[in-house]
Write a new protein. Structure first.
Ligand SMILES: Cc1cc2nc3c(=O)[nH]c(=O)nc-3n(C[C@H](O)[C@H](O)[C@H](O)COP(=O)(O)OP(=O)(O)OC[C@H]3O[C@@H](n4cnc5c(N)ncnc54)[C@H](O)[C@@H]3O)c2cc1C
Length: 266
C-alpha cells in the first residue's frame, strides 16, 4: 500500500516499527526515495534542495592567542565562525596553547564563494587560512615560510606558529539557502501514512542549523504523537505547481542508496 514495511539494515536485519522517521540529510534522502514514491510531488520537492560544501579546520598553535576568547563571527570572506577551543571547551582546555576550530566557508560557487576550495589540497586550505588569520591578528600570528600566505606579516611581531592541523571536508552540509528555496522544504507530515521527515532542511522557521534540526525533530515528533492520540494528521505543506506538474512526467528509478561500507553516500 506504499507505506513502510520495515527498515532493512546493512547487516540484513529488519527493524519493524509503528512509525518511521527519517532524519537523514536531504542529499541522502534523495538517494533513498523508493521507486513507487518517486512520482509523488512531495518527494520531488527534495530535488530543489542541495547541500553545500563546508570545511572544518582544527589548528593547534604553539602558544596562547589572546584575541579569541569566545565564539566569533569573522569579518574574513573565507572564515565564517571560529572559537579558541582551549578557552571555550573543557575537553581542549589548555592554559598555554590555543587550538582554533574554524568553519571555512563559503567554499564553493553554489554557496556564494568564487573558489572551489573543497577540491583543493589540505595544505592550500591551511595556507589560505593562515593568511587570513595573519591578516585578522597581525600582532599574534608569526610569518612562517611553511605558510607563504603569512608572508605579508613579515616584520610584524606576531609569534604564534602552527604546530599541527586537521582538515575535515564536508562535501554536502546544510542545504544551500539561495533565494526561492524555502517553499520547497517539505513538511514533516508526508503522504506516506507511517513515514515522517525530520532534519534541519524540512519546513520550519529556521534555516539549516542546529536550531533548525531541533525544531524539525520536534515537529516530526509532534506528527507521531498526534497519530498516537488518534488525531488527524496536520496537513501536508502546500506543494508548488511547478513541482506537481514535473512530478507526473518524472521517470522513476530504483533508489541509488549508499555504496561502499562507509556511512557516507558515494
Ligand atoms: C562544519 C560545520 C559547521 C557548522 N556550524 C554550525 C553552527 O555554528 N551553528 C549552527 O547552527 N549550525 C552549524 N552547522 C550546521 C549544523 O551542524 C546542521 O544544521 C545540523 O547538524 C543538522 O542536523 P540534522 O539532524 O538535520 O542533520 P545531521 O546532523 O547532518 O544528521 C543527519 C544524520 O543522518 C545520518 N545518516 C546519513 N546517511 C545515513 C544513512 N544512509 N542511513 C542512516 N543514517 C544516515 C548521519 O550520519 C547523521 O547522523 C554546521 C555544519 C557544519 C558541517
Amino acid at each position: 500500500d506504499g507505506s513502510v514495511k520495515h527498515l532493512l539494515m546493512r547487516t540484513g536485519e529488519t527493524v519493524v516499527a509503528d512509525e518511521y522517521i527519517s532524519a537523514m540529510p536531504c542529499d541522502i534522502m534523495k538517494r533513498f526515495v523508493p521507486k513507487n514514491w518517486a512520482n509523488l510531488p512531495y518527494f520531488r520537492q527534495i530535488d530543489e534542495l542541495e547541500g553545500i560544501p563546508v570545511i572544518n579546520l582544527h589548528m593547534w598553535f604553539d602558544r596562547k592567542l589572546k584575541a579569541v576568547d569566545h565564539l566569533c563571527f569573522s569579518r574574513s570572506p573565507l572564515l565564517s565562525v571560529y572559537a579558541d577551543m582551549s578557552v571555550t571547551c573543557k575537553e581542549y582546555f589548555d592554559d598555554d596553547a590555543s587550538m582554533l576550530e574554524l568553519v571555512f566557508a563559503p567554499c564553493s560557487p553554489l554557496a556564494g564563494g568564487n573558489t572551489n576550495w573543497i577540491a583543493k589540497s589540505d595544505e592550500e586550505i591551511i595556507d589560505a587560512t593562515m593568511g587570513e588569520l595573519a591578516r585578522l591578528f597581525p600582532t599574534e600570528i608569526a610569518y612562517d615560510e611553511t605558510w607563504p600566505a603569512t608572508k605579508k606579516q613579515e616584520g610584524v611581531d606576531g609569534q604564534a606558529r602552527l604546530r599541527k592541523y586537521a582538515v575535515v571536508k564536508v562535501p554536502r552540509s546544510v542545504y544551500a539557502a539561495i533565494p526561492g528555496r524555502n517553499k520547497y522544504r517539505p513538511s514533516q507530515t508526508s503522504p506516506i501514512p507511517n513515514f515522517t521527515l525530520a532534519g534541519d532542511w524540512t519546513s520550519q522557521k529556521f534555516l539549516g542549523s542546529m536550531e533548525g534540526a531541533v525544531l524539525g525533530g520536534k515537529l516530526a515528533a509532534e506528527v507521531v504523537a498526534n497519530r498516537a492520540k488518534g488525531n488527524p494528521d496536520k496537513p501536508i505543506k502546500e506543494i508548488q505547481q511547478d513541482i506537481i506538474d514535473a512530478a507526473a512526467s518524472h521517470v522513476a528509478k530504483e533508489p541509488a542508496g549508499v555504496k561502499g561500507d562507509g556511512a557516507i553516500a558515494r
